[in-house]
Design a protein around this ligand. Structure first.
Ligand SMILES: NC(=O)c1ccc[n+]([C@@H]2O[C@H](COP(=O)([O-])OP(=O)(O)OC[C@H]3O[C@@H](n4cnc5c(N)ncnc54)[C@H](OP(=O)(O)O)[C@@H]3O)[C@@H](O)[C@H]2O)c1
Length: 273
């Protein structure tokens, strides 16, 4: 991969201790970007820093769902490294469950990341990015932000909220020089399902038609999006095709998700939109 001569110099990547965020932090660091790697697990961030080119990973142990921790992190970053050119909001968690099986603390944790984490981290740097009149904010989203599937209630709510944040920023940022992108992947071969047990069982089988991506492939998509920002990015290609269908025939998409999902009971009749 060629080192950058122009393009981003400083990136903040959340969820950098695992999966898509980790691969993204490494990809950006290998391209010559200084990456502020944010997550809660210090040991995993230290292992990441050892794998990256020397001096390219700055570790920030931070629970991004907590506003005060994010403010302190952002103040340190701005004092030591100036304003980020790119933010990749990748921190996220949550087991796929029915609402009545989801505790209040699980609900709060799921709204905490990705939604609040993305809002806090973006909010902490946005004023400075607007002053610089440049920067790209990337939100790593899920198909659940468009069509929830059975037994993923709080997960879907948090991803809808993340998509809402992106859509609201899309309007707010017009004319500022700062861009926002919602980058949606299908299934990724990260540790997500190990980290959130009980989720995979709720995946509707229609989802298995979409080729899986590795975290490294996701990182390459995020890198391209940082270089050439677009508002909405779907990867792989078949997922994009699915969402063209969803846009024009949402009832068909819902039908497929219900027919192939883990429903409590077989639906007698599907509700019309
Ligand atoms: N895997 C998939 O199939 C897939 C597909 C589409 C979209 N996505 C979305 O992509 C995002 C990342 O998924 P992944 O597959 O990379 O999962 P992952 O391997 O489980 O990584 C999640 C990352 O988020 C961090 N994190 C969680 N809560 C945090 C918090 N409060 N503050 C800071 N960091 C936090 C975790 O680090 P610590 O625990 O160290 O804090 C970890 O680094 C999720 O929102 C997921 O919904 C995943």
């Amino acid at each position: 991969m060629p080192l950058i001569t122009t393009g981003p110099r400083l990136a903040v990547v959340t969820g950098a201790s695992s999966g898509i965020g980790r691969a993204t932090a490494l990809h950006f660091a290998k391209a010559g970007v200084v990456v502020v790697a944010v997550a809660r697990t210090r040991s995993a961030l230290e292992a990441l820093a050892k794998e990256a080119p020397e001096g390219k990973i700055v570790i920030e142990v931070c629970d991004a769902s907590q506003a005060d921790e994010v403010s302190a992190m952002a103040a340190r970053v701005k004092a030591a490294h100036h304003v980020p050119d790119v933010i990749v909001n990748c921190a996220g968690l949550g087991s796929w469950k029915y609402l009545e099986d989801t505790s209040s603390s699980e609900l709060h944790a799921m709204m905490g990341a990705p939604f609040l984490a993305a809002a806090h981290v973006t909010g902490a740097f946005l004023g400075s990015m607007i002053e610089c009149r440049s920067g790209a904010v990337l939100h790593v989203g899920s198909p659940a932000a468009f069509q929830p599937w059975a037994g993923s209630t709080a997960y879907a709510c948090s991803r809808f909220a993340l998509r809402g944040l992106h859509e609201a920023l899309r309007i707010d940022l017009i004319g500022t020089g700062v861009t926002t992108s919602h980058v949606v992947f299908g299934e990724v071969t990260s540790s997500y399902f190990d980290n959130n047990p009980g989720s995979r069982e709720h995946l509707p089988s229609v989802g298995t038609l979409i080729p899986k991506m590795t975290p490294e492939q996701c990182a390459a998509v995020l890198w391209q999006t940082a270089l050439h920002p677009r508002s909405e990015v779907f990867a792989p290609f078949l997922l994009r095709a699915f969402f063209w269908v969803q846009q024009w025939m949402p009832w068909l998409f819902r039908f497929l998700v219900v027919k192939t999902g883990r429903m409590r009971a077989p639906p007698a009749k599907l509700l019309k939109p």
